[in-house]
Design a binder for this molecule. Structure first.
Ligand code: ADP
Ligand code: MG
Length: 846
């Protein structure tokens, strides 16, 4: 075993024998680092072990004996796992730490080797005094983190990938707890942004306090008292502090140990909210700390981090502080200087430091902007690259003549809208471009996307190849199937009915087999279906065109699975979700975009009314009269949270109530997300076939089923829905000739003024509503699978911050134009950061 490890082993053993009292080395175990790191590197120990050791020992003094035992143990384990010679040796038998009190049998402390003593200098004489405030976790090895000779910037410090157990006070158990909040490595810590901040930076004299204030006060403890409440159920510790201007009473509940921590005559700093109790000012369970220690928790803008079980704010904050203050300044910025200057942003180290420990609100704002910029910038770089990759592949050419197309169009029962015509032109151009189409067709509910998809499929069929259309539910797939049959295989049409097939979960196995054979042999030209299409045995002879309808309903893998059934097939994804342009360009920058912003002529505006809860009877009578005239109605309920038993399905209860008490003479159906897919389909089909008058449902009806005979959309608890959702729901009616209505009933009176509901009443235009919602609530509402994936990766950036998005996009485009592959050594850190960003589970294109 290397001599440096041998030494370490001896120190650890001694330390064990001393009950982990940090007495094995004079001045504390950390002092060995002064010589040990150098020796270890001479011994060529792996760098991460050196750093892990440095980190463990640096924080060693701060821990209780139990924690110390655990820290040394886990460090030694790590060493054993990497250095075979160490594996056989134990630093000490593994057993619980001896309490510190048992000082009797302590082994003598080891003297530092003379050369180390010299190096250690002042540190050695500090054995008793307070430890220097800034802990010293792992140190980057020169040449790893910093510039190499020749000015080529290299990787980010390797230690940022180190597990959290390298930190003092973090054993495997703590590390496991931190995993639950997504913290695995030191790098994760840096990017573990505060949930919010408490601004304690305004320190107040006690005399000037008033109730309700959130403040920090420093004072001397003048009185303490501990007692039990009657019945002994609660322990109360009270203290009074005085700062010379007045006194303030502090009350702590069930923290009996404070008796030994907050003592008369000592100075403490407390932060919290000033409250009133029996006419006196009090603070209940404030954050507090003795004033000698570094003011981590008080007297400044303090970060508040997301927590998990058994992790306290104070503990995590301290750990975060240790990591951030040490590492942030040492990071080399991945963003090229030129970009940073052009965008007027602080450097990465400053931004990270300030996002955790802001010196002022202004600095915090700048830090946020910088980190948000990075996210959008990365997003955009990735999207540009994705697009280029797509474009570099070859796509089969499909070209049809004007006459051919004119024939198809004249066979339709209606003329295409301008918007449909434009979308079709786009698609036609893609198909003859020689590159795979990669297009998003965005069109409001009812804008007629299906016809466009069918005509596109026909162009590909005309070239002899196959097309697959995937829809999220079998009822939608069936609906599309009928449209395709009508458009493509009616009299004189292009295809025989048998060449267009429907493949859903419910398709009888025999028929499935027949379809599979047809697809593999090439006789079947178009298949329309659900996820059943991507189940393994389905193979195509020549799949060249894929349509994914309601794309946000599919996961990335599902779309990729379908795509992989062809070779660089053309891809058309469709969505009814109106995505504001600023968002679309950022999130879908890799896709070409066709927007259908026009509904077929004669489409009715659906009058939308907001009713108060006590006007519900009016809604019911509209439902009754519409049903009497032969129409049908939807009644939608939100999911209601109930504390004890999780979700309560309002729809189920209300269905029963409506059936019994309100519409006892009508036939009511029930639909909700907990039903199995085929049960859901059965209910929807039954509703479409008029077996029910009223369908009581959760939002599962939201996706595109066509029931032209339904004329009323009644939404209960409407204030709980987002605009996009309400708009989708409203799109379920008004699909036939008859005048339709949308009625929105919020939960409670004041929500009747709800902006969103008002917007619904004022506009029927999905894009107007989308822009409005984006302004009001940010982009979350419009996020499907893919966007939600992005949003999760966007911790800082708000997609409604259009100026920032534009700035980041401009910079990304400019850089992409200069060095698309980030080959320039100056961009190597950026290349790495980009890879990290995109490898964290972000979606792909379709
Ligand atoms: P979505 O875009 O919501 O998927 P669909 O494709 O389901 O819309 O079309 C909605 C309805 O509009 C269908 O009944 C369809 O036949 C009809 N439609 C589509 N295009 C036109 C048009 N140009 N003129 C009249 N009706 C149309
Ligand atoms: Mg549709």
């Amino acid at each position: 075993m290397q001599s440096s490890l041998e030494k370490l082993r001896k120190f650890f053993r001694l330390e064990h024998e001393n009950g982990y009292a940090n007495t094995a080395v004079i001045g504390g175990l950390a002092n060995i680092l002064n010589f040990w790191e150098g020796e270890a590197r001479l011994d060529q120990l792996p760098e991460d072990l050196v750093q892990a050791t440095a980190a463990t020992l640096t924080g060693y003094a701060d821990q209780a004996p139990e924690g110390r035992a655990e820290a040394l143990k886990s460090l030694w384990k790590q060493i054993q796992s990497q250095v075979p010679e160490a594996a056989a040796k134990k630093p000490a038998p593994v057993r619980a730490a001896r309490p510190q009190a048992q000082k009797g049998g302590q082994a003598p402390a080891v003297e530092m080797p003379p050369e180390a003593r010299q190096d250690a200098g002042v540190a050695l004489s500090q054995s008793k005094g307070p430890r220097p405030p800034a802990p010293r976790p792992a140190q980057p090895r020169p040449g790893r983190a910093e510039s190499r000779p020749g000015g080529v910037t290299s990787k980010r410090p390797i230690a940022l990938n180190a597990s959290l157990t390298v930190l003092s006070g973090v054993g495997p158990r703590h590390a496991a707890m931190l995993t639950r909040i997504g913290l695995h490595t030191l790098g994760d810590m840096l990017y573990n942004f505060p949930r919010r901040y408490d601004d304690y930076s305004a320190l107040k004299p006690i005399r000037d306090l008033f109730y309700g204030q959130q403040v920090t006060v420093i004072g001397t403890v003048t009185f303490t008292e501990a007692r039990q409440t009657r019945g002994g159920r609660m322990h109360i510790f009270e203290a009074v502090i005085n700062d010379g201007t007045g006194g303030l009473r502090l009350t702590f509940f069930n923290q009996p140990w404070l008796v030994n921590r907050i003592k008369e005559g000592e100075a403490v700093s407390v932060s919290g909210k000033v409250e009133q109790y029996l006419g006196r000012m009090v603070m209940n369970s404030p954050d507090w700390e003795p004033v000698e220690t570094e003011n981590l928790h008080t007297n400044r803008i303090v970060p508040v981090y997301p927590l998990t079980q058994n992790v306290t704010q104070k503990w995590l904050r301290k750990l975060m502080h240790q990591v951030v203050t040490y590492w942030a300044p040492k990071l080399t910025d991945h963003l090229p200087e030129a970009v940073r200057t052009a965008a007027a942003l602080p450097d990465l180290g400053t931004a990270l430091l300030q996002i955790h420990w802001p010196a002022s609100q202004e600095k915090l704002k700048a830090a946020r902007e910088r980190l948000a910029f990075d996210e959008i910038f990365f997003l955009q770089m990735g999207v540009l690259r994705q697009r280029r990759d797509w474009q570099s592949a070859a796509g089969r050419l499909f070209e049809v003549t004007d006459d051919w197309l004119a024939d198809r169009l004249s066979a339709l029962p209606f003329a295409l809208t301008q918007a449909q015509q434009r979308a079709l032109d786009d698609i036609r151009r893609d198909l003859k471009s020689g590159q795979p189409m990669n297009r998003l067709l965005q069109g409001d509910v009812g804008s007629g996307k299906t016809i466009v998809a069918a005509l596109a499929a026909a162009m590909v069929n005309a070239g002899g190849a196959q097309a697959a259309i995937m829809a999220p539910t079998s009822i939608l797939a069936e609906q599309h199937y009928r449209t395709f049959l009508n458009v493509l295989s009616s009299e004189g049409g292009l295809l025989q009915p048998g060449q267009i097939r429907l493949l859903v979960g419910d398709t009888p196995e025999k028929e499935k087999e027949e379809i599979r054979t047809g697809l593999a042999g090439g006789e079947v030209k178009i298949v329309i279906g659900t996820h059943a299409l991507i189940e393994d045995p389905v193979g195509f002879s020549d799949l060249q065109f894929i349509v994914v309808d309601e794309q946000h309903r599919f996961g990335v893998e599902q779309r990729a699975a379908l795509r992989s059934k062809g070779t660089n097939p053309h891809l058309l994804v469709m969505t009814a979700t109106p995505i504001p342009r600023s968002l679309a360009l950022t999130l879908y920058g890799d896709l070409d975009l066709s927007v259908m912003d026009e509904l077929p002529p004669g489409r009715q505006v659906i009058p939308t009314h907001i009713l108060r809860p006590n006007e519900r009877e009016r809604a019911y009578s509209l439902v009754r009269s519409q049903v009497k005239s032969g129409y049908q109605a939807f009644v939608i309920y939100p999911l209601v949270e109930e504390t004890a038993n999780g979700e309560l399905l309002a729809a189920t209860q209300e269905h029963d109530r409506l059936q019994k008490e309100v519409f006892s003479d009508l036939k009511l159906g029930l639909l909700h997300g907990r039903m199995k897919p085929d049960e859901k389909d059965a209910v929807m089909l039954a509703f479409r076939d008029r077996q029910y008058d009223v369908l009581v449902s959760t939002t599962v009806v939201e996706v595109g089923v066509d029931v032209p005979n339904a004329t009323v959309m009644l939404v209960e608890g409407a204030n709980r829905f987002g605009l996009a959702q309400l708009h989708q729901l409203r799109g379920r009616v008004g699909r036939g000739e008859a005048q339709s209505y949308c009625l929105l009933i919020p939960d409670h009176e004041d929500a009747a003024e709800n902006d969103r509901l008002q917007a619904m009443a004022e506009s029927n235009d999905g894009f107007v509503l989308a822009e409005r919602d984006l302004q009001q609530r940010g982009p979350g509402e419009f996020l499907g699978t893919r966007q939600a994936g992005f949003a999760a990766s966007l911790k800082m950036a708000s997609l409604s911050d259009v100026p920032l998005i534009e700035k980041a996009r401009d910079q990304a485009q400019a850089l992409f134009a200069r060095d698309a592959d980030l080959k320039d050594p100056e961009h190597s850190l950026l290349a790495e950061a980009l890879t990290r960003f995109w490898s964290a589970g972000r979606g792909d294109v379709s």
